[in-house]
Write a protein that binds this ligand. Structure first.
Ligand SMILES: NC(=O)c1ccc[n+]([C@@H]2O[C@H](COP(=O)([O-])OP(=O)(O)OC[C@H]3O[C@@H](n4cnc5c(N)ncnc54)[C@H](OP(=O)(O)O)[C@@H]3O)[C@@H](O)[C@H]2O)c1
Length: 272
């Protein structure tokens, strides 16, 4: 076995700690730095980021880019940035790295800390195709040359997650207002989500061709449904922010002339 690179991890929050542990488990010589001093078993803790920059590879995983950026210097040789941000923030950091002679990999973690180091942990990365130490964390997937693409996929997928979880919590509150338990609703919700997921490929294709003719379900009937959902939540004394937001968006698409078209036509309103 060849000599493994030395790796530093900056940021020992929930995720950074999992990353540092995974690197130790993979046999890397690991150095860690955190604002609030913390230790990771079998890793060397240092008091300053500069000491951490002596390693071959520096992995960052902090709350935000705003916190991380002032800490970075051109002493870093390879920066593997796993802090979540916008595509523009990722591109700006890639530009900073280029200007400062730092090799740069931009990655996003589509997993929770408990999954890190298992094959199920998907790490999307973009820009540089050399993924360096990402193998230690799970399954690295290169999503394109533009450094901002990993962040773009990340936020797109998280958007689906937040909308789904928000819808699920609203549903639990709605049925719960009549004493129905999560255990009663959740199996139905899971099979329903599976069926809905099966509709995505066709919906995606329709947004590409922009042929919104439908013999399945017109937008009109869905706007009426969202009105009913909003009213039902109101009647039960619940917050209506989520159904109202969807109703407002779908209704705007309806007013733009898509009433007889499929739900996919709402994308025209989103793109405006
Ligand atoms: N947790 C997840 O499930 C998950 C999943 C995917 C991606 N991520 C991403 O991973 C990154 C870290 O998330 P996390 O869950 O590990 O967050 P966390 O547990 O809240 O940890 C935040 C980290 O940022 C550091 N930090 C915060 N403010 C700082 C400051 N002003 N100066 C220096 N360091 C500062 C914290 O240091 P202190 O310990 O000193 O406060 C800590 O190391 C985020 O970008 C997140 O979006 C997380």
């Amino acid at each position: 076995m060849g000599i493994k690179k030395t790796v530093s991890v900056l940021g020992l929050g929930r995720m950074g700690t999992a990353l540092a542990n995974a690197l130790v488990n993979e046999g890397y010589e690991v150095t860690v730095w955190n604002r609030t001093p913390k230790t990771v078993a079998n890793a060397r803790s240092v008091a300053t980021p500069e000491e951490a920059f002596k390693s071959d590879v520096v992995v960052t995983c902090m709350s935000t880019y705003e916190i991380q950026q002032p800490l970075l210097t051109n002493d870093i040789k390879v920066l593997v940035n796993l802090t979540s941000g916008t595509p523009e923030q990722a591109r700006r950091t890639a530009e900073w790295a280029k200007t400062n002679g730092v090799e740069y990999v931009d990655g996003v973690i589509m997993a929770v800390p408990q999954q890190i180091g298992t094959p199920g942990a998907r790490i999307l990365f973009s820009g540089n195709e050399n993924h360096h130490v990402l193998d230690a964390f799970g399954e690295p997937v290169h999503v394109g040359e533009d450094a901002g693409l990993a962040a773009l996929y990340d936020l797109a997928l998280l958007g689906i997650m937040w909308a789904t979880f928000g819808g699920y919590l609203q549903a639990l509150a709605l049925v719960g207002s009549e004493g129905v338990t999560p255990e009663q609703l959740t199996p139905m919700a899971m099979s329903w989500l599976g069926e809905m997921a099966g509709l995505l490929p066709e919906m995606g294709e329709v947004t590409r061709t922009r042929n919104y003719e439908t013999d399945v379900s017109a937008l009109d009937i869905n706007v009426s449904g969202l009105h009913l959902l909003t009213e039902a939540n109101r009647e039960q004394g619940l917050d209506t922010t989520l159904p109202q937001a969807l109703h407002a968006l779908f209704e705007r698409a309806q007013r733009s002339g898509h009433g007889n078209h499929s739900i996919a036509s709402v994308i025209e309103e989103i793109r405006k």
